[in-house]
Design a protein around this ligand. Structure first.
Ligand SMILES: N[C@@H](CCC(=O)N[C@@H](CS)C(=O)NCC(=O)O)C(=O)O
Length: 212
């Protein structure tokens, strides 16, 4: 049994989607980051930086924080969603791209969308440029393949599961996915999958999965 500490955000949904895809027993615990619950002493013992998502393996007490680390750790433990051995390099490439490029760029846009722009226009312009670039880079990657990693048409891996929840916030980014037809097709295909749907609605329902 895995305890998942999470909230209804893209980083949280990465893990609920993976756990649903793995089909292993887990219990999702809501950590309301709007109410500051991530700063509670109990949660800081699990996630020392006070960020969701984090997990605890109930049988051993092992804890893991940081969404990319948790995804890799679980995928390696379960020997799933990493593709074939030769696919591993491209899984790591696109997982790291998500963590270092797409997530931070779109996360800054979320901040502006929700809290305004105290930093002034150049910061917002830069964030939006970087967000658009992330969409364009993903669109180019998906031009001749079904998934971001693996050879040939690609294979469904943790990299897709990490990237997809951030794309699901395309409305927050004021992005018309029809401008990125390869992302649109990939996004819609995964959005129909039952495990992705279930993971999206963990730890609780907020809205239907957006469908462009
Ligand atoms: N690099 C971290 C980022 C996690 C993150 O930013 N979590 C946000 C919610 S999506 C959070 O917990 N924010 C609350 C806070 O920073 O206090 C990861 O990928 O897990």
């Amino acid at each position: 049994m895995i305890d998942l500490y999470t909230w209804t955000t893209p980083n949280g949904r990465k893990l609920s989607i993976l756990l649903e895809e793995l089909g292993i027993d887990y219990e999702a615990h809501a950590v309301n980051i709007s109410e500051g619950e991530q700063k509670s002493p109990e949660f800081l013992e699990i996630s020392p930086t006070g960020k969701i998502p984090a997990i605890r393996v109930r049988a051993t007490g092992q804890t893991v924080m940081e969404s990319g680390a948790i995804m890799l750790w679980l995928a390696e433990r379960e020997k799933r969603f990493l593709g074939a051995p030769d696919d591993k390099a491209s899984v790591l490439e696109w997982l790291m791209w998500q963590m270092s490029a797409q997530g931070p760029a779109l996360g800054r846009i979320h901040q502006f969308a929700k809290y305004g722009n105290p930093l002034g226009e150049p910061a917002e312009t830069k964030a939006r440029e970087q967000g658009a670039r992330a969409y364009a880079d993903l669109d180019a990657r998906l031009a001749d393949r079904d998934f971001v990693s693996g050879s040939g048409r690609g294979v469904y891996t943790i990299a897709d599961m990490a990237i997809w929840p951030w794309v699901s916030r395309y409305e927050w980014h004021e992005t018309d996915l029809h401008e990125y037809p390869n992302v649109l097709e990939w996004y819609r295909r995964l959005a129909e999958w039952p495990a992705v749907q279930r993971g999206y609605h963990s730890p609780h329902f907020v809205n239907d999965v957006p469908m462009p």
